[in-house]
Design a protein around this ligand. Structure first.
Ligand SMILES: [Zn+2]
Ligand SMILES: [Zn+2]
Length: 282
């Protein structure tokens, strides 16, 4: 099983590899910069070199980068939209320098202008970024929980986006279990998971999924709320994750936890629970 968590790059980006090893992860996700601002610091040649060397030595693979929080690829505001495209291009080229094979992006919000408007924005932003930045990094579109005006909630919406991307082999999907459940795709039992994956396969194709964001959900099925919970403590629950982790298709994919850290549990605690649920599911 490929299992990891989101890891901090505090201090220097190569330290993320040490932190992942300490947690016994064989895959992990990072932000390549502070995720809460528009600006970034350039990576030094040394830092990039150390990162790549450590990755090779560690045998950890694959590594995922996640886009920062502020970009909105569907934004109707021109300044936000052009900054978002700029950040996407920068992140694609940072991933190229770091030899990170996958970059996860959210699909943004049309802020009330409607889905058709949102589609056009996202499609032209991604086409432009892929045209301008030559990189082997595959851009992964993440399914969303379905809060008001957000893009990429229904599988057929993601399918539409993928179909409109010109360089089709440079895009794939990041499947978040919390988001899918909140969007109304049930994952609580074996048969529910099979049904959800069948829908995904029909609309998009299961081969497009390159990573699972493994998160429980604080809120219920179809709640449209993006609230991550510790594995087994949320509405998907222990038996739900037992079923998810017994699914052979899901088990073959890298699993990344984006669970909370609080007094109830930390990353190590969630990793342990996943390993034990995966083990007991045979
Ligand atoms: Zn996620
Ligand atoms: Zn989320």
């Amino acid at each position: 099983m490929r299992l990891g968590v989101h890891i901090s790059i505090a201090g220097s980006i190569d330290l993320s590899v040490d932190r992942a090893l300490e947690k016994n992860c064989n895959t992990f996700q990072i932000f390549t910069r502070n995720p809460r601002g528009w600006s970034h610091k350039n990576l030094s040649v040394d830092e990039i070199k150390r990162f790549k060397e450590k990755v090779v030595e560690s045998n950890i693979s694959p590594i995922f980068s996640h886009m920062p929080y502020l970009p909105n690829l569907a934004s109707p505001k021109e300044d936000v939209y052009s900054n978002s495209k700029r950040v996407l291009k920068i992140e694609l080229s940072r991933c190229r320098s770091l030899e990170i094979p996958y970059l996860v992006t959210h699909l943004g919000s049309h802020l009330g202008r409607g889905k058709i408007f949102g589609f056009n924005r996202v499609i032209s932003a991604i086409n432009e970024a892929l045209r301008e930045v030559d990189s082997n990094t595959v851009l992964l579109l993440e399914n969303t929980a379905g809060s008001k005006n957000s893009m990429g909630t229904n599988f057929d919406d993601i399918a539409h986006l993928l179909n409109e991307i010109k360089e089709n082999d440079r895009v794939g999907v990041c499947f978040d279990t919390c988001h899918a459940y909140a969007a109304g795709y049930d994952l609580k039992t074996n048969s529910a998971i099979e049904r959800t994956l069948q829908i995904f396969d029909k609309e998009i194709g299961l081969e497009r999924i390159k990573v699972i964001h493994l998160n429980d959900s604080k809120r219920g099925l179809s709640s449209k709320m993006d609230r991550h919970e510790h594995i087994g403590m949320g509405m998907i629950g222990k038996s739900g994750f037992n079923a998810i982790l017994s699914n052979s298709m899901i088990r073959r994919l890298p699993l990344i936890l984006e669970t909370p850290i609080d007094s109830r549990r930390d990353d190590l605690g969630n990793l342990k629970v996943v390993r034990s649920l995966a083990g007991s599911s045979g």
